[in-house]
Design a binder for this molecule. Structure first.
Ligand code: PGA
Length: 240
């Protein structure tokens, strides 16, 4: 199972001390899980040093669409992220879509990440309005088709299904709706389906319900991932 810890715009150098317990836990735990921390860019380098010799990995939360260097004030590209130790990058997150990223831009970003050999955690998901209007599958289809347009080799792609209305709200989809969406996403890929994760308000209470959905390959965790106790608890409960 995959667990992606999305720290969003939280964390400083001191916060890295909280990783020690998680490293210890991962070493003593026999369950094979992949835990990938995606901190703000400022922490990628110090975090990857800290996680050296552990089985935890580091990713970033976004990148510029141009993988080459250039005059783009305030931007960071996939090549730079790779250079400081990132192995993954989250792209298409709804918080960035809301800030103006469209499917075409996300497609370029995904291509730039693949070009430098970063694995991509590609976020898709419907808003509450789209859900109410029964547009979920239509939205997922469009986001996947446009986001992955003309990308032949999808071996570097992991999909994170994150209903926008469940992010940071404490709400999660009904199991039957979640299964339906995950299976729909899978059906878009034929035999070579990528890993499909669920994200949105995952916590140590609702993990008991979520882990029973066998079509899910892991979780993208925001708020709860900044607390080492909570992330350890979520992982433990996934395997009980
Ligand atoms: P949340 O965030 O777990 O705080 O809902 C998930 C995400 O935005 O990736």
């Amino acid at each position: 199972m995959f667990f992606i810890a999305n720290w969003k715009m939280f964390g400083d150098l001191r916060t890295l001390n909280s990783l020690d317990n998680v490293i210890k836990f991962s070493k003593t735990n026999k369950n094979k899980f992949k835990l990938i921390y995606c901190p703000p860019n400022t922490l990628i380098r110090p975090m990857s040093k800290r996680l050296k010799n552990s089985n935890l990995e580091v990713g970033a939360q976004n990148c510029h669409e141009n993988d080459d260097y250039g005059a783009f004030t305030g931007q960071v590209n996939s090549r730079m992220l790779k250079n400081v130790g990132a192995k993954y990058v989250i792209l298409g997150h709804s918080e960035n879509r809301k800030a103006g990223e469209n499917d075409n831009l996300i497609n370029l970003k995904i291509k730039s990440a693949i070009k430098v050999d970063l694995k991509v955690i590609f976020c898709v998901g419907e808003t509450l309005k789209e859900k109410k209007n029964k547009k979920t599958t239509q939205v997922l289809k469009k986001q996947i088709e446009k986001g992955l347009q003309s990308i032949k080799n999808k071996s570097k792609i992991i999909i994170a299904y994150e209903p926008v209305w469940s992010i940071g709200t404490g709400l999660i989809p009904k199991s039957e709706d979640l299964i339906k969406s995950v299976l729909f996403i899978r059906s878009r890929f034929g035999r070579k389906s990528p890993k499909i994760l669920y994200g949105g308000s995952v916590n140590s209470d609702n993990i008991n319900q979520l882990k029973n959905i066998k079509s899910i390959d892991g979780f993208l965790i925001g708020g709860a991932s900044q607390d080492p106790k909570k992330i350890i608890d979520i992982i433990k409960k996934t395997y009980i």
